[in-house]
Design a protein around this ligand. Sequence first.
Ligand code: SF4
Length: 278
Amino acid sequence: MRTTGPQKVVLAKNSGFCFGVKRAVDLALRTQDRVFTLGPLIHNPQVIAYLERKGIRAIESLDRIKDGKLIIRAHGIPRSVIAEAERKGLAVIDATCPFVRKVQRTAESLSRQGYQVVIFGEANHPEVVGIADRVKNPIIVETAGHVRALGRFDKIGVVAQTTQSVESYKAIVRELKKHAKSVKAADTICNATKRNQDAATSLAKNVDLMIVVGGHNSGNTRRLASLCSKIVTTKHIEIAGELKPSWFRRAAIVGVAGGASTPDWILRDVIESIEHEF
Ligand code: SF4
């Protein structure tokens, strides 16, 4: 029987699958026969395992397949890879989130207008790789420190990976303004990310402990955990099995938040575990 532990568990609003992830997963599930994604469709190992059971396989390279349907994941892929898939005769189904398409188009347009394009994001993230592939000589920066190392430019056009933090983007733009006569900063952080971050950080101010749930390989979940950890003790887990009793000894009110690629069933599982096992 439970004698100690949290008295209340609160789920942050706007937690879990965002519009773009839901759309990509639905599209994949509706597509039949020899369905492949290049890399994981979304950054959540449990969802990827579920899709595999439904016959949707993640492959690392197009060399692995001769025919079938290729679903372009929510955060996009480079144009060169799409062209290669079409050359091979694969049916290409585009599940790129419209917000990611907007960043790609904005970066393309800035590049065409002669701006030095700067992309604020994780250099190895598929979304950033896909944006960089569409512009001439892109510069990718991950921190304000990277910006300080840049030279001077006439005009800089900057876009952000859709899931970056708004505060960090503002700091990057402030720093970029010291490196060019004019800086055009596009607002490309998606609303789902903003809402998710705002709800989680507001909740973090009113609880004793935050549990942030989502793939350890999910950039947006890691950022959510990092933002919450500046406010209150925060643990990032992928599944309920990672919860530890010692975390809850002094936590009367526990907040739970999920990243944009965290399915509802994992969030429910985590909440039920905290309520009944600790
Ligand atoms: S986080 Fe935003 S940009 Fe990314 S898939 Fe979701 S809605 Fe689209």
